[in-house]
Structure formats: structure tokens, C-alpha cells
Design a protein. Structure first.
Length: 421
């Protein structure tokens, strides 16, 4: 089979490497891919939101299955468009993708189906914000309704800040959002639970904990993710049962009732306190960098799983996981998540000897005349596996030191919650 993989991040390089292990696969085309995928697949430079051009290329290269990595094409309806043109595609349709594409949609669905989540109010004007402020204690979380590339959420400690941020969003700060969701603040431990879903069933697809803040001990502004580990021990059997029965099943049933059954990966972002999970967010895709720690633990052929999911035959597949633990640390461009330079040469990567247990996934990189350059804020994901998180972290840091990229920085405390106790 020929596979088309949409996206250009560390998640897509990890997917690409895993897909390559499948003996069902002939060739992989990455739209547009990155410096890492260009060595193991064929990169095709394209704007992934230009659906018509994508379709032409998918037909030209005789692609049998398209896998969509990032949220934006999903939320904008790529799966519906390709399916209408008879192209087999893995991922949720436009309606189901609103779980991530509209926070108001997600919160209303929770309310109707009694799914545990923070109390909230959807607001379109200032008066509604003032009313919520009267009834809810600070801090209050202000969220832009639509996609905002990870910048749409602010935890506000004062009423003035709530009003200021809300006003900015009403005035059009994010093109995708003319309304906001105000939420009560939840305390606890954050973790993510993943499932792969088809029309009739779903299967466990790993747990992980991400580190969103840029600085050590979870300080500083939010980023796309500075590192992650899997599994997340906070998700024990008791919590897992509640996640499935109180959150996942009611959500999937609600979408089915609407004649828009979910298909694809579903990322369940949770706050957990005293063994009680609350839904913080849904993402309609794998996480990045969570994918980079979950896939190295997967033992079953990923393409076999995905084909069965797109054909609603997921029930027939057994998905097996390694008992090994896994961690990734993101090597970022200095200045990220603020301003940073691109096009900085990364010299040492080819000289680094990695073992079977290690993986270097590229994110913001590009290859020019066989030379590697940075091309984004999150540049490389150095991943390793083993039996002990502290040892894995030491191994990763020793690899990053060997890469010795002067334009980069990384967090040295990934996994502190499971290591420092
Ligand atoms: P989201 O884009 O919804 O994932 O929000 C980004 C981050 O903001 C989450 O990963 C949480 O750390 C934090 N967050 C969002 N909603 C809440 C909430 N209701 N209470 C506490 N923290 C939250
Ligand atoms: N790592 C967070 C996300 O993928 O949304």
C-alpha cells in the first residue's frame, strides 16, 4: 500500500517511522513532512489546507490510505472532502472534530451528557462575563472558543484580567473565535488518556503526561509541549474505569446519536484529583509530543490497526504494548515560545550513535543539500525507553549533550512528578 501522511511535526516523524515497520506498506508520502521524514519517506511540499491540490497529488501518487496528523485540516473538514472523493482516510470528520475545534461545542456536549468537567459559561458579550464573575471564585480560566494554536487559554488571577482577555477575544484576537468559554479553575494532576475509535468500538491507545510550561518545575508560559513520558501512573485502574464510563462512552454515544460517529485517535486531556477524573479538553488527534512516547511502546502493526479502524473493524484487532517506559525531551530553539531564529545548522546528528532503545524524532527541521537546519520552535524530540524513568532521562540528556546544538535549550526535569518523589 502507499500511505499519505499529513503534517510536519515530531508526531508525524514518529508516525512515519512506525508506519515504515509495517509489511503492508510500500511507500510513504509526507505532506509536507520535515527533515527527519525526508530520509525515510518522500516529502511533498504543499499547503495542507489546499484540499484540492492535496487530492490531485493523492491520486497522482496512487495513495491507498491517508493519515491526518494535525488538528487544523481535520477541523476544516479534510476527512469529509477526501471520503467524498473516495479516498480512504484515517481521522474524524468535520462534525466530530468540533470536540477540539469548538470549546463551546465540547462543553455543551459535556453538560447534556453529564460528563465531569469544570463549571463554565459560554459568553458572547461583556455582560455575560460580569455575571459569571459574580458567581465564580478566582482564578478563572478564559478560553477562546476556536483553534488558537495553543495560545487560546489564560488562567486569570484577577477580575480585571478576565475582562481584559475576554474583550481582546471578542474584538477578534483569534480569527477562529468570536465567543469565549469561562471556566472554574480545577486543581489536581494533569494527564492524557488516548483511544483509537471506530463506529462500533474503541481501544486503549496509551497514557502520557506532557509538560506544557517552558521552564523547569512547570514555570513560565505555555508551549506546545516540552517533553512527555508514558505510561502516566496517575491513571490507575480505578481512574481508567471512570474515564471510560463517565467521559469516553457518553461522548462517543452522543456523536453516534447525531449520526456522526467518531473515527480516529481521541486524546482525552484530564485533571485528576483524589482518583476523580475531570475532562479539560479533547483533541481529535494524537498529542505532540505524547505520540513520540506512546508509539515506541506499540507492538502491533499500526497500519493494520488503522485500516481496521477506517473499515469499522477495530474489534478484530488486538493491540499489544511493551511494558517498557518511555520519555521524550524536546530540544527547542532559544527564545521559544516567544521569538526565535530559524535556519540554524544542526551539525552533529549523523555522528550520534543511538541504540535500538533510542529515537531521535525531528520536529522543526529541514534538509537542504543534505545539510540539516532548524525550521521551528520545537526542533528535535530525543526519546528513549527502558525500565526506570530516572535512567531514561539521564540517557536522553547524554544524547542531547552529544548533539551539542548551541542554538537550543531543553528542560532537564521532564518526569519530575514520577522521579523526584
Ligand atoms: P486546553 O487548551 O484546554 O488544553 O488548556 C491548556 C492548559 O490550560 C491545560 O493543559 C491546563 O493546564 C490548563 N487548563 C485549562 N482548563 C483548565 C481548568 N478549568 N482548570 C485548570 N487548568 C486548566
Ligand atoms: N501536547 C499537547 C497537544 O498535543 O495538544
Amino acid at each position: 500500500m502507499n500511505i499519505g501522511l499529513i503534517g510536519s511535526g515530531g508526531r508525524e516523524h514518529a508516525l512515519c517511522k512506525k508506519i515504515l515497520e509495517s509489511n503492508l506498506v510500500n511507500k510513504i508520502f509526507c505532506f509536507p513532512g520535515n527533515g527527519g521524514t525526508s530520509k525515510i519517506a518522500q516529502n511533498i511540499d504543499i499547503d495542507i489546507l489546499n484540499f484540492k491540490k492535496l487530492l490531485r497529488l493523492i491520486k497522482y501518487y496512487k495513495i491507498d490510505l491517508v493519515i491526518v496528523g494535525p488538528e487544523e485540516p481535520l477541523v476544516k473538514g479534510l476527512v469529509d472532502f477526501l471520503n467524498k472523493n473516495k479516498i480512504k482516510t484515517f481521522g474524524p470528520n468535520k462534525f466530530a472534530s468540533r470536540l477540539e475545534g469548538s470549546k463551546a461545542f465540547m462543553k455543551r456536549l459535556c453538560k447534556t451528557n453529564k460528563i465531569p468537567t469544570a463549571n463554565f459559561k459560554i459568553c458572547k458579550k461583556k455582560n455575560e462575563v460580569l455575571n459569571f464573575l459574580k458567581t465564580t471564585n478566582l482564578p478563572i480560566v478564559v478560553k477562546a472558543d476556536g483553534l488558537a494554536a495553543g495560545k487560546g487559554v489564560t488562567i486569570c488571577k484577577t477580575k480585571n484580567q478576565v475582562l481584559k482577555i475576554s474583550n481582546e477575544i471578542f474584538k477578534g484576537k483569534f480569527k477562529s473565535s468570536n465567543k469565549i468559554v469561562l471556566e472554574e479553575f480545577l486543581s489536581g494532576d494533569e494527564a492524557s488518556y488516548f483511544v483509537i475509535v471506530d463506529k462500533t468500538s474503541f481501544k486503549f491507545f496509551g497514557t502520557a503526561q506532557d509538560h506544557k510550561r517552558v521552564r523547569e518545575r512547570d514555570k513560565g508560559p505555555n508551549t506546545g509541549g516540552m517533553g512527555a513520558y508514558s505510561p502516566a501512573p496517575i491513571i490507575n485502574k480505578i481512574v481508567e474505569k471512570k474515564i471510560i464510563n463517565k467521559i469516553i462512552l457518553p461522548t462517543l454515544n452522543a456523536l453516534k446519536k447525531n449520526n456522526n460517529p467518531y473515527r480516529g485517535f481521541l486524546y482525552v486531556g484530564l485533571m485528576i484529583k483524589n482518583n476523580e477524573p475531570s475532562l479539560i479538553e479533547y483533541n481529535v488527534r494524537m498529542g505532540d509530543p505524547e505520540c513520540q512516547v506512546i508509539l515506541p511502546r506499540l507492538k502491533t502493526d499500526l497500519i493494520k490497526i488503522m485500516i481496521n479502524a477506517t473499515n469499522d473493524n477495530l474489534k478484530r484487532v488486538n493491540i499489544n504494548w511493551s511494558k517498557k517506559k518511555s520519555m521524550t525531551i524536546v530540544l527547542c530553539s532559544k527564545g521559544y515560545p516567544g521569538n526565535y531564529s530559524k535556519n540554524k545548522r544542526i551539525k552533529n546528528l549523523d555522528k550520534i550513535m543511538i541504540k535500538k532503545k533510542d529515537y531521535i524524532f525531528h520536529a522543526g527541521t529541514k534538509l537542504l543539500n543534505e545539510k540539516l537546519f532548524s525550521n521551528g520552535g520545537r526542533v528535535l524530540n530525543v526519546t528513549s525507553t527502558g525500565n526506570n524513568f530516572l535512567k531514561i532521562r539521564k540517557r536522553i540528556i547524554s544524547l542531547i549533550k552529544k548533539i551539542n546544538w548551541k542554538n537550543g535549550f531543553f528542560r532537564k526535569d521532564i518526569g519530575w512528578k514520577v522521579i523526584d518523589k
